[in-house]
Design a protein around this ligand. Structure first.
Ligand SMILES: [Fe+2]
Length: 248
């Protein structure tokens, strides 16, 4: 369980004046949800804090009409983005709690209905799965959406992305790697003629993580993703070589 001290220390440094209350309430709600849900280490409170930090960095490179307000909203969305992650048990109840929170949330009139719609829109459509299903196809995406989505994706790649992939895979009983006959399908064929199934941890890089670099939607996000992508490419070459008992 993460305590309030850590929460305050990890606030990513955003929030001044009248926006402080908004951020404070969002942090308290998100931290409680994170602790109650007992997420594994891949989606714990530290993931939320890293996404908030990434989002702050990316947002600073974007031009917003109302800069401070939009950057605060970006932080609020980053804090709330995994509250109702459907990969984890009890997400329906947490989604209802989040909707209730948004319904009653006014923060002294600061939170508008438009803000609430934006928060809900981003959280409900920003996942890789949503995008793969075309849930955003043809839609004009707000900058806040692009910033938080890129921030979340940055934490899925690079060194921390590698750690999170194996952390999540371990929590679900996935294998590190397996070599299969390519005729079985559902995997990535490698240089030794064997396929690595997508459902293994290493296979997940081919199924999703290596694709994220080209899916970034902000210039800053793409820049940071390029560096992290290279870390994964080197890691995969090494682990596959170390695990390849088919080649001499
Ligand atoms: Fe996330």
């Amino acid at each position: 369980m993460v305590g309030a001290t850590t929460m305050e220390q990890g606030s990513a440094g955003v929030g001044q004046g009248k926006y402080d209350d908004l951020l404070k309430e969002a942090r308290e709600f998100a931290l409680k949800a994170s602790n109650d849900a007992s997420y594994d280490g891949s989606h714990d409170w530290h993931h939320v804090m890293r996404v908030a930090k990434n989002a702050k960095d990316i947002a600073e490179h974007e031009n917003f009409e109302n800069g401070h307000r939009s950057r605060t909203l970006v932080q609020v969305i980053a804090l709330l983005h995994d509250v109702a992650d459907s990969k984890y048990k009890g997400y329906e109840a947490r989604a209802r709690e989040l909707l209730d929170k948004l319904g009653e949330w006014t923060v002294g009139g600061l939170m508008t209905e438009e803000d609430k719609d934006l928060i809900n829109f981003v959280i409900s459509r920003m996942s890789f799965k949503d995008e793969s299903k075309g849930s955003c196809a043809g839609l004009e995406l707000p900058t806040e959406f692009k910033v938080v989505q890129d921030a979340d994706r940055l934490d899925a790649i690079g060194a921390v992305g590698i750690a999170r992939c194996f952390m999540f895979g371990g929590s679900r009983g996935s294998e590190i790697i397996r070599w299969e006959d390519p005729s079985r399908g559902g995997g990535e064929v490698r240089g030794n003629g064997k396929a690595i199934p997508y459902k293994t941890c290493v296979g997940h890089f081919y199924e999703k993580l290596l694709k994220l670099k080209d899916m970034m939607k902000t210039r800053r996000g793409a820049e940071l993703a390029g560096e992290r992508h290279e870390v994964m490419v080197k890691f995969l070459a090494t682990i596959e070589s170390e695990c390849d008992f088919y080649s001499s």
